[in-house]
Design a protein around this ligand. Sequence first.
Ligand SMILES: O=C1C[C@@](O)(C(=O)O)C[C@@H](O)[C@@H]1O
Length: 262
Amino acid sequence: MKRIVRVKDVSIGEGPPKVCAPMVGDTLSLLEEEAEIINELACDLVEWRVDFFSGVMSIDSVKKALKHIRSILMEKPLIFTFRNKAEGGQCEIDAVYYQELLSAVMQTRLVDLVDVELMMKDAMILDLVTTARKYQVSVIISSHDFNRTPSVEEMVQRMLKAAELGGDIPKLAVMPRCSADVLALMEATRCVKEDNGVGPLITMAMGGLGMISRLAGEVYGSDLTFGAAKAASAPGQIAAAELQQVIQLIHQNMPAINEQKE
Ligand SMILES: O=C1C[C@@](O)(C(=O)O)C[C@@H](O)[C@@H]1O
């Protein structure tokens, strides 16, 4: 049976991969501008990359900004992400503050999904998952490699561990150095989805070489992809509007594969 994660009226894991536009403004006024732009875009979800925000060290400032963002975005599902520097983010915070920040944001009930990094201690991830369940927030458990592509086995293990820890959606982003790396990311995704029955999943090979993975998720098992609105949040992201067109083109031309899967 297909597993689907529903956030507001968006079903992740059903139909074509969903397009998520990241917000990367460092001030409240830039974030408001980005939210207005995103409202007009053909994207399904929005991610607030709070590590770009200058007020990130104050939970009150984060909550205040979140209220503004939510009032502009209204019904678009929102992912809340603090990406640590070690995983490709803008800054580093300690584990205690990381947990406090994510918990406080979930308690506002203004976010639909929260991104938790797999590199955190298992006990903290389990606590955050418990908080998420309490406030009906879905959990993405993510792992990033900005320098290389691990072996297929390691990528599979990371995604399975994310699922075991209670993540609703395991996520993996890696940096390919050759075309075999791109294929390895795709094979690991297919294996977790089809052979292990785990999903929905979000995977991508970053950079120009990996761009095909951001377009062709429906073929190999990735259910969500990131497309830039005002600015990209990672290498290889193309504009959300163009991304949406390619995704729809692929979706419309593979009914036979969709029927086989159902
Ligand atoms: O984890 C991811 C994926 C990403 O790194 C990408 O490659 O599109 C972009 C990030 O904003 C997001 O949190």
